[in-house]
Design a protein around this ligand. Structure first.
Ligand code: NAD
Ligand code: GLY
Length: 366
């Protein structure tokens, strides 16, 4: 298990090679901020909540490397992961005379990271950016692998780009201020890595869940490191989701439908993914791939993590309509990530009638 010392996880994709640094206190560790692309200017993109907590520390960390460090605090929340808010980043970059070398630092959770990353991918056809994730979800998932996006009223993350950061700097100390509900949401993405890639990690999470929920540093360090190692291996093999990378979307087809169906921001992304994994494991079981005991095991863990396990009572027809917009859908056929064996996932389609049964068994309305 890792300790408080900094751990480095390398990521190697065709779109870029970089390191994920994991440790407590990295915002105050000068070594973590050395060697980034040189530029006259940097822009910290964050939100109003995180700015108050960590922007001064990040400004101090990077001030020695740039003549001018600008700060933009976006409104907080998934409901702002949209065009008008994205445009605020372009307005600031253009207004401050940023050039093609300006480095963008994304300080915050997945919403800020996805939007700042997308802005970096587009501004002058691409400027360097650094992920400084401050939620558990962002440290174990969204800051790694180069998916950047905003939402569209018709669906989640539908407008975006693959664009890799220059570095990911995970300061575990920032997790101390995270609300419990957000910590649980991050645990959903940690749990995800077990069934799809590492049965031993699933067992480790089961043993250490209470330690994780009380923010034991060494348990969190191991959870972030192992999650990042698994994600780095998957995106290293399939950066642009031509195949394997889809397994990282275990629970997300149902989860995205929950988010869009309720209205973005009603359930947290991690909550929707947690419940979505219960539904996807039920589907795996009804497809004859996994025993019913697996559904019980995973549901028990997700519930212990403080996450919802009953689907919102939306009509099944609405779920199906929303899931047809999922990016994995092909020619109108919904494709689901299913568990084929503990630690191994695949992507399959399923008859609508079976999907309806799964939804009805877990809380959806007829
Ligand atoms: P978020 O970014 O909305 O952050 C959650 C809340 O925590 C916000 O209110 C934020 O202001 C606050 N916060 C952040 N850091 C804090 C801290 N240290 N202390 C106190 N409060 C803090 O949500 P999230 O769960 O981090 O990310 C969800 C988003 O990530 C979704 O939009 C999802 O689509 C996206 N995502 C992207 C990928 C990817 O590969 N790009 C993967 C998974 C999820
Ligand atoms: N979170 C899914 C992915 O990065 O592919």
């Amino acid at each position: 298990m890792t300790t408080d010392a900094t751990t480095t996880v390398p990521v190697a994709t065709p779109g870029g090679h970089y390191e994920i640094l994991i440790g407590a206190g990295l915002l105050a560790d000068a070594a973590a901020w050395q060697g980034l692309p040189p530029a006259a200017q940097a822009l910290i993109v964050t939100n109003t909540t995180v700015a108050a907590l960590y922007a001064p520390a990040l400004q101090r960390a990077i001030a020695p490397h740039y003549r001018h460090v600008d700060l933009l605090a976006l409104p907080d929340g998934e409901t702002h992961k949209d065009w008008p808010t994205l445009n605020l980043i372009f307005d600031r970059l253009l207004g401050s005379g940023s050039d093609r070398k300006t480095v963008i630092f994304a300080l915050g959770g997945g919403v800020v990271g996805d939007m700042a990353g997308f802005a970096a991918a587009c501004y002058m056809r691409g400027v360097p950016f650094v992920q400084v994730p401050t939620t558990l979800l962002a440290q174990v998932d969204s800051s790694v692998g180069g998916k950047t996006a905003i939402n569209h009223p018709l669906g989640k993350n539908l407008i975006g780009a693959f664009y890799q950061p220059q570095r990911v700097i995970c300061d575990l100390a920032t997790l101390d201020s995270l609300p419990d509900r957000e910590l649980s949401a991050g645990l959903a993405e940690v749990i995800k890595y077990g069934p799809i890639a590492d049965a031993d990690f699933l067992a480790w999470i089961e043993t250490h869940l209470d330690a994780l929920r009380r923010r034991d540093r060494s348990a969190l360090a191991h959870a972030v490191q192992r999650s990042c190692e698994i994600k780095a291996a998957v995106v290293g093999a399939d950066e642009r989701e031509q195949g394997l990378r889809a397994i990282l979307n275990f629970g997300h087809t149902f989860g995205h439908a929950i988010e869009a169906g309720l209205g973005f921001g009603e359930w947290l992304h991690g909550e929707a993914v947690g419940c979505g994994m219960v539904l996807a494991s039920e589907l795996s079981s009804r497809l004859g791939l996994m025993p019913a005991s697996f559904v019980d095991r995973l549901r028990g863990l997700i519930e212990r993590a403080g996450l919802p396990v009953r689907a919102p009572a939306l009509p099944t027809a609405r779920y199906l309509e929303l899931m047809r917009l999922d990016k994995k859908a092909e020619a109108g056929e919904i494709r689901f990530v299913v568990i084929e064996a503990l630690g191994r996932a695949g992507v399959r389609s399923a008859p609508d009638a079976l999907v309806r049964e799964v939804l009805l068994a877990h809380g959806a309305a007829a």
